[in-house]
Design a protein around this ligand. Structure first.
Ligand SMILES: *[C@@H]1O[C@H](CO)[C@@H](O)[C@H](O)[C@H]1NC(C)=O
Ligand SMILES: [Zn+2]
Length: 412
């Protein structure tokens, strides 16, 4: 991705955003997933124990997925093909539905082949929460840059998504079973939303970033899904006919894994979900799950300390205007343009090593990566209402959640 900073424009964009915030359309004021429910305290302990984070994320062990991802893997390379197969195998072993979106496109280096990988826990669910990242690394034609491994961009985010699937599959399976045991059509309604994980190909520009030379995979998938109408019989009457419309939210991870990230909210309508990631961080931190030997008040004190590794990853909404508001081009754009609600989890400012040969293992911080994995795990489990100790919500009479007035504040 790249920042696209044009100060003159920015003023204009901010005015437009203020106008938008002042006159919200009613439909952006409600949560679209009535399943959202905070996890009970006892379930929080179980959630954290669902996977051994080191098995996926400790890159000092050569057999872990993150260690394997830390190689140059530009579009069309044998390395990328091998890693796509590894990722696919990971999801097949977990029993997820696999969709490979392969296509050719022209690039500054001629026609290239691309493959997006789309994994869905329950493809029969009418809606999907999407978590996503790009698997390709930026292509550099000459040494030493041709050994660029993109550790934060986006090897670490991809590894986090592998852990997310490992950890949550038993809870997703259990929830599906409970819904099915609950009975028939009505049970299917309760199924509501499933988890979908997308690994985009061709995010990076081959040369200098332009609209034609960037986000090849995301552009292809958003266009394909926007143009597709599914005429097959659906288990639930209200199922949207376009795969694009089935996405309730698309969460995009990028440039994560270095210590001291700073995450900002860029989109007012999804500010509530951005906040939920922050709530997940706070809850895990207070319980002592994020930073060894730090919990409760000691955690709270560190959370606000500038420069501390344990400082909060999230910039509170409403605490000033970010110069980057809506100015970062990344895989979310083709979906945003189609009206898909977006949460962009990207560190701004970008890690210092961004698009340099130094974006390698030395740029990563294991405790930070493990904290990210747990934060994402908790927020997704709550979003999908996966708590095994909670009753299955009845979606046949969805309730509208009253929005917090602070959602109307311009907060980017
Ligand atoms: C594939 O990965 C190896 C390291 O395992 C690296 O030396 C090689 O340059 C990579 N190939 C390409 C085409 O990037
Ligand atoms: Zn990049």
């Amino acid at each position: 991705m790249r920042p696209r900073l044009r100060p003159a424009w920015l003023a204009l964009a901010l005015c437009a955003a203020v106008a938008l915030a002042a006159r919200p359309r009613p439909h952006v004021l409600k949560r679209r997933n009535p399943t959202y429910a905070a996890l009970s305290d006892s379930s929080l302990d179980h959630l954290v124990a669902l996977s051994d984070l080191d098995d996926t994320l400790d890159w000092s062990r050569p057999d872990t997925p993150l260690a394997k991802l830390l190689v140059p893997r530009p579009v069309g390379s044998a390395n990328l093909t091998r890693l796509q197969a590894m990722v696919e195998g990971h999801f097949r072993d977990l029993g997820w539905h696999v969709e490979k979106d392969s296509f050719d496109d022209s690039t500054p280096y001629g026609t290239k082949s691309f493959t997006n990988l789309v994994f869905t826990h329950d493809p029969s669910a009418p809606r999907r929460l999407v978590l996503s990242a790009h698997l390709d690394s930026k292509f550099f034609p000459t040494p030493p840059e041709d050994q660029f491994v993109g550790a934060t961009d986006s090897a670490a985010p991809c590894a986090m998504l592998l852990d997310l699937a490992t950890a949550l599959t038993p809870w997703l399976d259990a929830r599906k079973q409970r819904v099915e045991d609950g009975g028939g059509e009505e049970g299917r309604e309760g199924q509501g939303e499933s988890l979908q994980i997308i690994f985009f190909d061709g995010e990076e520009a081959f040369k200098d970033w332009t609209h034609a030379d960037s986000i090849y995979g995301a552009r292809h998938l958003a266009h394909k899904w926007g143009a597709t109408t599914d005429h097959s019989p659906q288990p639930v009457r209200a199922t949207p006919r376009s795969p694009l419309r089935r996405i309730s939210h698309l969460v995009l991870l990028d440039l994560l894994g270095a210590p001291n990230p700073l995450l900002r909210n860029f989109f007012v309508p999804t500010g509530w979900l951005f906040d939920e990631f922050g709530h997940a961080e706070e809850r895990l931190g207070l319980a002592g799950y994020l930073w060894q030997g730090l919990d409760g008040d000691a955690y709270t004190a560190k959370k606000g300390e500038t420069g501390a590794r344990e400082r909060s990853f999230f910039v509170p909404r409403g605490s000033g205007v970010s110069a980057y508001a809506g100015q970062i081009e990344d895989d979310h754009l083709p979906f945003l343009r189609e009206g898909v609600p977006i949460v962009h989890l990207i560190s701004v400012p970008f890690p210092r090593v961004w698009h340099t040969i130094k974006d390698d293992a030395d740029a990563l911080d294991l405790p930070t990566i493990k904290a990210w994995a747990l934060i994402i795990r908790l927020a997704v489990a709550e979003y999908l209402g996966l708590d095994p100790s909670a009753p299955i919500p009845n979606l046949n009479s969805p309730t509208e959640v009253k929005r917090d007035p602070s959602d109307l504040i311009l907060d980017v």
